[in-house]
Design a protein around this ligand. Structure first.
Ligand SMILES: NC(=O)c1ccc[n+]([C@@H]2O[C@H](COP(=O)([O-])OP(=O)(O)OC[C@H]3O[C@@H](n4cnc5c(N)ncnc54)[C@H](O)[C@@H]3O)[C@@H](O)[C@H]2O)c1
Length: 444
């Protein structure tokens, strides 16, 4: 028998989670405050690009297991859910490193007073350590069912672009419970995820604090790995070494591993940058700020990649960007996503424009989001239009479409065949053979 589940927040995380829970056979209600987003989801179309999500949405709307609403009472109704997942955003606070928890707090403030019978709240949003315990106290004060409402944390590790696979076939499931007063949360989670657990996926039960930290420390590690290889790329550049060969050479060591060792313009998106900052802020509050000062360096190496790409572009066009025509291929923070939150590609495009260049941007999926965030950039309908008359071409997101570009064809469109491969995703020999000046990062 499927469970009855409500998912609060139907963005990248929540919409995917809701659809996948329905796919597992549960009866799911997605709850959001954005009625436009809900209307799109209810019609079987995600309001953002995520491969495979529309198909899962449509199948489960049709079979009646997945619905959407703005109504909290509907979600907490006696006929509906006792299992509530929270997937709302936890962005960086304005002007501070700390996470803005107002969305999470507002879900609890609206939901808890409606909980008149035993229920389990599973947080999935990425939050500072200690949040679940604090929310448990709030719930105790607001919910008529009092301590029959349990707050557990079940952090989400999905990657945009692979969200469906990562939700249905995760590497692991982590569940943080109140170790002092364990209730039903573990049993409920085992029921919700029973099909996944049956396939052998590790199910780790920890304290709530460990679960919260598992997510933030995983992101801190990944950010560090990217900044590590980007720092090595800086050294390669001055030492005449090659970062791709270096990454291969060290990546064969299983203790290091080759994944996440691709030098480039750095990390961005709605998670890594704000998560490492929130982690530093929280460690400071807890009196452990020294433990995470290295993350400041990780952040600054990452930001330096953006600035140095702008600088390199300026040098390559002869020392000034004023009047230069620049084609930027890629706007999303990574391929197979339309997410432009804190995207290095758009940030670089914006900085280049500020220095006087005219910048034409093309991305296979992120045009609409980019236009909203950076309305002053010029947007092209395709690679060809972006590159017409370009003095320099920058590949800043490693979409398959860009990896497969034909350098000979593109050369007939640009003014100068100069390319900056901001993701080291092109074959330098192929481009050079066609007469292009190729510039990778830390590579020959
Ligand atoms: N996007 C990812 O790849 C990813 C992966 C792992 C973890 N996370 C974490 O998941 C959380 C959500 O991230 P996201 O990328 O899905 O954000 P998002 O901005 O895409 O979605 C958040 C949604 O919450 C809704 N919302 C806001 N207040 C609400 C309320 N009071 N009630 C109901 N809905 C409300 C918004 O309208 C929006 O649709 C964050 O903590 C993020 O760090 C995201």
């Amino acid at each position: 028998m499927g469970c009855k589940i409500a998912v609060f927040g139907t963005g990248y995380l929540g919409a995917t989670h809701a659809a996948c829970m329905a796919e597992l056979g549960h009866d799911v209600l997605g709850v959001d405050i954005d009625s436009n987003k809900l209307a799109s989801l209810a019609s079987g179309k995600a309001p953002f690009f995520e491969p495979g999500l529309d198909e899962v949405l449509q199948a489960n709307i049709e079979n009646g297991r997945l619905r959407f609403t703005t109504s909290y009472p509907e979600a907490a109704d006696a006929d509906f859910a006792d299992i509530h997942f929270i997937g709302v955003a936890t962005p960086q606070k304005r002007g501070e490193f700390a996470a803005d928890l107002s969305y999470v707090d507002s879900v609890i403030a609206d939901l808890a007073p409606l909980l008149t019978r035993p229920a389990t709240i599973f947080g999935k949003s990425t939050v500072p350590v200690g949040t679940a315990a604090r929310l448990q106290q709030t719930v105790l004060g607001l919910a008529p069912a009092r301590d029959d409402v349990e707050v557990a944390w079940n952090p989400e590790f999905l990657r945009e672009g692979y969200a469906i696979r990562d939700t249905l076939q995760p590497d692991r499931i982590v569940l943080g419970i109140d170790r002092e007063r364990p209730g039903r949360a573990e049993q409920v989670a085992r029921q919700v995820y029973s099909d996944i657990i049956a396939t052998g996926v590790p199910f780790l039960v920890t304290s709530r604090e460990t679960a919260e930290l598992a997510k933030t420390s995983a992101n801190a590690f990944l950010a560090t790995k990217i900044s590590f290889i980007n720092a090595m790329a800086e050294v390669c550049d001055v030492a005449g070494a090659d970062i791709i060969e270096l990454a291969d050479a060290i990546g064969y060591d299983p203790r290091i591993g080759r994944k996440f060792l691709n030098a480039g313009v750095g990390f961005g998106g709605g998670c890594l940058p704000k998560d490492i900052r929130a982690f530093m802020a929280r460690a400071g509050e807890l009196g452990a700020n020294q433990a995470l000062t290295f993350l400041r360096e990780v952040d600054s190496i990452n930001m330096r990649r953006r600035a140095s790409t702008v600088e390199k572009t300026r040098e390559l066009v002869g020392g000034s960007l004023i009047g230069a025509r620049v084609a930027v291929l890629g706007a999303a923070f990574k391929p197979d996503s339309d997410d432009v939150r804190d995207s290095p590609a758009l940030n670089i495009a914006g900085q280049i424009q500020l220095q006087g260049a005219s910048v034409a941007v093309y991305d296979p999926k992120a045009m609409e989001n980019s236009r909203r965030l950076f309305p002053t950039l010029e947007y092209a309908v395709g690679v060809a239009e972006a590159c017409i008359g370009a003095d320099i071409t920058l590949v800043l997101t490693e979409w398959e479409e860009f990896r497969n570009l034909d350098p000979a064809k593109l050369k007939t469109l640009v003014r100068e065949p100069r390319i900056v491969d901001g993701r080291n995703c092109l074959d330098p020999e192929r481009w050079r053979a066609c007469g292009w000046t190729y510039n990778g990062l830390g590579t020959r």
